[in-house]
Design a protein around this ligand. Structure first.
Ligand code: PEP
Length: 240
């Protein structure tokens, strides 16, 4: 099971103290061999966080990258090669907050290709908006995002899919269990042999409901991952 913490645009150097609790908990947690924890802090914290997590089983990832894998005149941007250089092993690509800011499937495809080329593993986010859900075109949307996002990528072994319905991110809402099972199943049939995670308002309460859906390979956790107590609680409750 994957437990991926997406800190979004939160956290300064002082917030690194909070990960000690998670490191300590994880060392002694009985099920730790079956778990992969990945922290995706803002880019400013990748280096100090990877130093802190050296000699632990916890990895660090980035939240996005520029589509070009070589240096260039792109003010304010960071590419996958640079992220790898400071300790990132993963990168989230296609997050709905970035899609909403204008990222297209074509751009996402380029980012994924070049991130893989740089040697990063990719957490590829897909998901429908509320409007698309209401129109009952969720499958069509997911199919398009998968097809275009992974276009001409032959080796997909370093791609993890995160199904994140846009209407569920940061809203406290999660899909109905039977619907979520069916959607994850649909994605797994489209892209075989890849891990498929769920993301969207995962918290220490709804984890009891989510953990019963037996085709989910882990969670991408935003808000709740910034609080070490909640993050630990989610992991513990997944196994209790
Ligand atoms: C996310 O940002 O990927 C996410 C799932 O956020 P939240 O858990 O806060 O809904």
């Amino acid at each position: 099971m994957y437990f991926i913490a997406n800190w979004k645009m939160f956290g300064g150097l002082n917030s690194l103290n909070s990960i000690h609790k998670v490191v300590k908990f994880f060392k002694t947690f009985k099920k730790n061999k079956f778990i992969k924890i990945i922290y995706c802090p803002p880019s400013t914290l990748i280096r100090p966080m990877s130093k802190k997590l050296k000699n632990t089983n916890i990895d660090v990832g980035a939240q996005n990258c520029h589509e070009q894998d070589t240096y260039g005149a792109f003010t304010g941007s960071i590419n996958s090669m640079m992220l790898k250089n400071v300790g990132a092993k993963y990168v989230i690509i296609g997050h709905s907050e970035n899609r909403q800011a204008g990222e297209t499937n074509k751009l996402i495809n380029l980012k994924i290709k070049n991130a893989l080329k740089s040697g990063l593993k990719v957490i590829f986010c897909i998901g429908e908006t509320l409007q698309e859900k209401r129109k009952k075109i969720t499958k069509k949307i997911l199919n398009k995002q998968i097809k275009l996002g992974l276009n001409k990528i032959k080796n997909k072994k370093n791609v993890i899919i995160a199904y994140e319905p846009v209407w569920s991110i940061g809203t406290g809402l999660i899909p109905k269990s039977n619907e979520l099972f069916k959607t994850i199943d649909f994605i797994k049939k489209k892209i075989k042999n890849n891990k498929v995670l769920y993301g969207g308002s995962v918290n220490p309460k709804n984890i009891y409901e989510l953990k019963l859906i037996n085709n989910i390979d882990g969670y991408l956790i935003g808000g709740a991952s910034q609080d070490p107590k909640k993050f630990i609680d989610i992991i513990k409750k997944t196994y209790n």
